[in-house]
Design a protein around this ligand. Sequence first.
Ligand SMILES: Cc1cc2nc3c(=O)[nH]c(=O)nc-3n(C[C@H](O)[C@H](O)[C@H](O)COP(=O)(O)OP(=O)(O)OC[C@H]3O[C@@H](n4cnc5c(N)ncnc54)[C@H](O)[C@@H]3O)c2cc1C
Length: 470
Amino acid sequence: MKTVTIVGAGLVGALLATLLAQRGIAVTAIERRPDPRKAGFLGGRSINLALAERGWHGLRVAGLQQRMQPLAVMMRGRMVHAIDGATNLQRYGRDDSEVIWSVNRGALNMLLLDAAEAAGARLQFDRRLERVDWQGPTLHLVGEDGARETHAAGLVIGADGAGSALRAAMTGIVDLGERFEPLGHGYKELEIPALPTFPRDALPAALREAAARGDLHAIEPHALHIWPRGGYMCIALPNAEGSFTVTLFLPNDGSPSFADTVSGADARALFERDFRDASALIPDLENDYSANPTGLLGTLHLDRWHLDHRAVLVGDAAHAIVPFHGQGMNAGFEDAVELADLLADGAGASLDVAAVFAEFERRRKPNADAIAAMALENYIEMRDRVDDPDFLLMRELDRLLAARHPERWMPRYAMVTFTRMPYATARARGEAQAALLRAAVAGKSHVDEVDHAALDAEVLRRIGRLDDAG
Ligand SMILES: Cc1cc2nc3c(=O)[nH]c(=O)nc-3n(C[C@H](O)[C@H](O)[C@H](O)COP(=O)(O)OP(=O)(O)OC[C@H]3O[C@@H](n4cnc5c(N)ncnc54)[C@H](O)[C@@H]3O)c2cc1C
């Protein structure tokens, strides 16, 4: 088989390089940034991420779960912060076997780079793909200092993220049907410091005892915190050393928005009004708000992911999505496992690479489309519905049905997060379940008012068994 060149050694590119090298395939990964293990990690966005079952599976296949586990912080559920400061933990699953994990992007990326190298992959840093000469193909690369070089590639895999240069080069000779759907909302990252490093003069009185006790975290560490406020929200994910990365999601226009929240003082005023309990925990809010970039959000739709036998896209380069299901990296890790398996299965000299790329796209694209849609739906749920009585009633019934019909019923969030059921199946099953839930709670204010016998019969009639769901 020809050698493989992966453009981009971020999360997905580094995992794929590891998996291919572990299968004896000669692989080179070319990365625009300097080696983070030497230069420090230049993140740029989302300092930490939620890792769920699909992501863990990718790490397990690469033999890395044991090394990542100690670095991950368990999140049992959503801690919803009401405007009056009251909090309520909504568990994600039945128990601690159904949780998600907060991991540091830099630490995970570095672990994956180490693993790729240990498996025999060649990693080349500080080289940005500029263009591709498809005869060959030959990759034209530029270093940070402007130095140019060429790289003769066998088959090329684009793992270079949402703004993929490889995708742009493919578009030059084939119509990928590219369409970017902006969300109209952006994000800004802020920080709740670890208690040991919290500026003493800013430490709220309520936390003094915890700090003196040696606690690390200012708020519950084992939860994903949400401050839902209708059209906008804040979230916070814990870091192992005690800090939280806070992400403020706001519309680009209107009020409040990034258009009218311009200065650090504007941001403080917004927090004092709408996120008062969080405001007290973010001493550097004004500086961070001014200094940190405002991130753009949107969904990338492509009709095709590959160019005959020459190139294929994976991860965000193929299907960047909005982050509200915490599944972008998880989905990208599924891509990596699927593509590595397909390439390794037929890795003889006669491998029909075009057929492998087409099969990869056939298997993965419907699932990428499904998680893209569910991620958008989850934004509405997180910012607008988690504190809504109808939603809470549907959620209670959802759980009740999961307990009564464990062989058929699973909340959609659980199918997406705690299983590896294809996303498209999870979405279809979720829609069928939601239709039953909506009908059952219509006009009701308490779960006891629901006609359970009739609902049970509907479940048996309309919802197939989970063990048939793949
Ligand atoms: C705010 C936010 C929160 C998120 N939270 C979660 C979460 O909780 N859980 C989750 O699963 N996902 C989450 N995601 C999504 C996740 O970040 C992405 O899905 C994931 O990073 C995709 O990995 P990737 O390797 O495909 O792309 P990237 O991580 O973007 O990596 C691309 C790599 O390619 C390199 N590169 C780019 N251009 C070139 C070039 N021309 N030449 C060479 N190299 C190049 C880049 O330097 C980078 O290293 C979140 C995203 C955002 C924005």
